[in-house]
Design a protein around this ligand. Structure first.
Ligand code: TXA
Ligand code: MG
Length: 339
């Protein structure tokens, strides 16, 4: 299959592919998604096959309006309405109880709930409207690899396996949406993202956090949280403190392979990096670091000489919560020095 790149003025062609049951990757404000008609079971099955995704891992349903959510979900309660008013369109995915058999088991993974999201991206909202159906959309990467923040990342992983990619440039946030479960008595954050716990609590009061505490022997509430994620072929280690970089350099000098360094300019400019170190800048803040983390990991993954990657850690607050959640998974919880 030839994978076609669609520009935002070719949305009618991209929508036609969706309506034919084909897969089209779409941009969002978080990462690129792998789109299929959520009401077409055989199209949804193709999503799992293209990604190599375990079939018990449910998909997010992307909508252009709240009316589409209400078509499938039980009536929305006040807290859900407040979240929608405050954060949609935007990087918040809301898990809701469904009307009986409203969506295919291929979408829900057999759960009685589904995840809904209204992405803040004009091209994708037009695509959903033009296709006239909601779109399932996991991140458009090969399962286990870092999520794509550029159309070329999608092309690298899925060229030949999908009908097209709607290219609207780099995504804004670079980490996936916050997932909040509103089907339980107390709302629970299943995956931290660009909408923070503090922001959510300002709108609906107390929320619990489960996503970041998931360990291997626990059954996570978001089925996706139990799988390996964001993993380049090289070994990834988190560097927690600015003072540790001198030791990273000593370690790197003793290695006979190349070492990838993913850090802000402040760190990169301070040091004299040995010849076998390849650097990638996270620029200057947690915002730019979140935006660039997956792109950096992917860049290093293209270089087979790099066997170890050191990545700057950030405080676990605000957007840092989402950043550290993704980085910890990528590193398999490995911290430099603390091994
Ligand atoms: O930013 C994002 O959310 C991106 C863009 C493309 O929208 N999408 C994305 O999808 O990250 P995906 O499939 O990679 O992650 C969805 C997460 C998975 O961990 C999945 O297990 C969880 O949401 N999830 C989906 N439906 C669920 C449900 N009914 N109950 C609990 N967790 C659910
Ligand atoms: Mg994903």
């Amino acid at each position: 299959m030839q994978t076609k790149i669609f520009t935002p003025d070719q949305i009618d062609q991209a929508a036609a592919k969706i309506n034919q049951g084909e897969l089209v990757s779409f941009p969002t404000e978080t990462v690129y998604g792998l789109g299929a008609d959520a009401t077409n079971v055989s199209a949804v099955e193709k999503v799992y096959a293209a990604k190599g995704r375990p079939s018990d891992n449910p998909l997010i349903v992307h909508v252009a309006d709240v009316a589409t959510v209400e078509k499938y979900s039980l009536p929305l309660d006040e807290k859900v309405k407040k979240l929608i008013k405050q954060f949609w369109p935007g990087p918040l995915t809301i898990i809701l109880k469904l009307k009986k058999d409203a969506l295919s088991k291929k979408v829900t993974g057999g759960l009685e709930t589904a995840a809904f999201r209204n992405p803040a991206n004009d091209a994708t909202i037009s695509l959903i409207k033009e296709a006239g159906v909601p779109l399932v959309g996991p991140s458009a990467n090969t399962s286990g690899k870092p999520s794509p923040t550029l159309a070329e990342h999608v092309y690298h992983d899925l060229n030949g396996k999908i009908a097209g990619i709607l290219d609207a440039g780099p995504t804004k946030f670079g980490v996936e949406s916050t997932v909040i479960d509103m089907s339980t008595d107390t709302p629970v954050i299943l995956r931290p993202g660009a909408v923070t716990k503090e922001q959510l609590e300002e709108v609906i009061g107390e929320v619990e956090e489960s996503g970041k505490k998931v360990t291997n022997d626990e059954i996570p509430k978001a089925p996706g949280m139990k799988y390996t994620h964001y993993s380049p072929n090289a070994s990834v280690e988190i560097v927690d403190s600015d003072e540790d970089w001198d030791d990273v350099i000593s370690f790197s000098q003793s290695q006979d392979h190349q070492v990838g360094i993913l850090a802000t300019d402040k760190i990169l400019n301070k040091q004299n990096w040995p010849k076998n170190c390849v650097t990638f800048s996270l620029q200057n803040s947690i915002n730019t670091a979140s935006h660039l983390l997956f792109a950096g990991l992917r860049k290093f993954d293209l270089n087979p000489e790099i066997k170890t990657i050191f990545v700057q850690g950030f405080p676990d607050v605000g957007l840092g919560d989402a950043y550290m959640n993704r980085l910890s998974k990528s590193a398999g919880q490995k911290h430099f020095k603390k091994v």
